[in-house]
Design a protein around this ligand. Structure first.
Ligand SMILES: [Zn+2]
Length: 237
């Protein structure tokens, strides 16, 4: 197993667990390796307590055997979903799938989550895509995810959870964490009968332009970044 990829998965698995994004043994993570291969968490592994033995190497080509099976570990039953996204999206190196509470609550209803609400969401999530229910681990679900999802989008898997593909695992987890926060915010606003102010699309476009300018200025050190918004400069959009 590729040592660095395993360490990334162990690190971000623990992070996601500590942030409440993981319940029981739900969720799985994958990272692209060199040579048409990828690393993915093993079936039954808890993302909060992973070791290098819980990370299995697979081929992007589904016809190739899985190396991890020699160690008695089998890749996640949802591996096909990861494989198809990594194959479709060459810029993506990481895929994160989980079932955080509020995200899953939204996925189990027809509640629309408005975008253009908070800066983190505008910076990190380019679109939310609802994926109709198909059984976990089924070829049908993997095909639907592959055909509907692009990089930096949040795939809302109906009656199941979320999935995201990004340039790094940090970004994929950040998409999940940001949407979970937004879903909680929307649910609590509804429970309290509060009306959310949604910003117009022009404001989102202008905010992304503003981020690009700040990023360019920070790169040439002409403008010191405000510590409170510095993290937004690392957004992919
Ligand atoms: Zn699942």
């Amino acid at each position: 197993m590729h040592h660095e990829a395993a360490q990334q998965i162990i690190h971000w698995g623990r992070y996601a667990f500590e942030r409440g994004l993981i319940t029981a043994c739900s969720g799985n993570m994958s990272i692209r390796l060199d040579g048409d291969a990828f690393a993915i968490t093993a079936t039954g592994a808890s993302l909060g307590t992973l070791t290098a033995h819980d990370v299995v190497e697979c081929s992007i080509d589904p016809a190739c055997p899985t190396k991890g099976e020699a160690n008695g570990k089998r890749p996640s039953m949802e591996t096909d979903m990861h494989r198809r996204l990594l194959r479709k999206l060459p810029e993506a190196t990481a895929v994160f799938h989980a079932s955080p509470l509020y995200t899953t609550l939204v996925a189990c209803t027809s509640l629309e989550i408005p975008l253009n609400v908070i800066p983190e969401e505008m910076a990190y999530i380019s679109r939310v895509v609802r994926v109709p229910y198909r059984h976990a681990g089924s070829r049908e679900l993997a095909e639907l995810v592959e055909s509907s999802l692009e990089i930096n989008e949040l795939g809302l898997l109906e009656n199941h959870g979320m999935i995201a593909a990004a340039r790094t695992m940090a970004e994929a987890v950040r998409i999940a964490e940001t949407f979970e926060f937004l879903a909680q915010l929307v649910c609590q606003a509804r429970a309290a009968s509060l009306e959310l102010k949604v910003l117009p699309d022009e404001v989102r476009t202008d905010f992304l332009r503003h981020l690009r300018e700040m990023r360019a200025a920070a790169a040439t050190r002409t403008m010191p970044a405000d510590p409170a918004t510095r993290h937004l400069l690392r957004s992919p959009m």
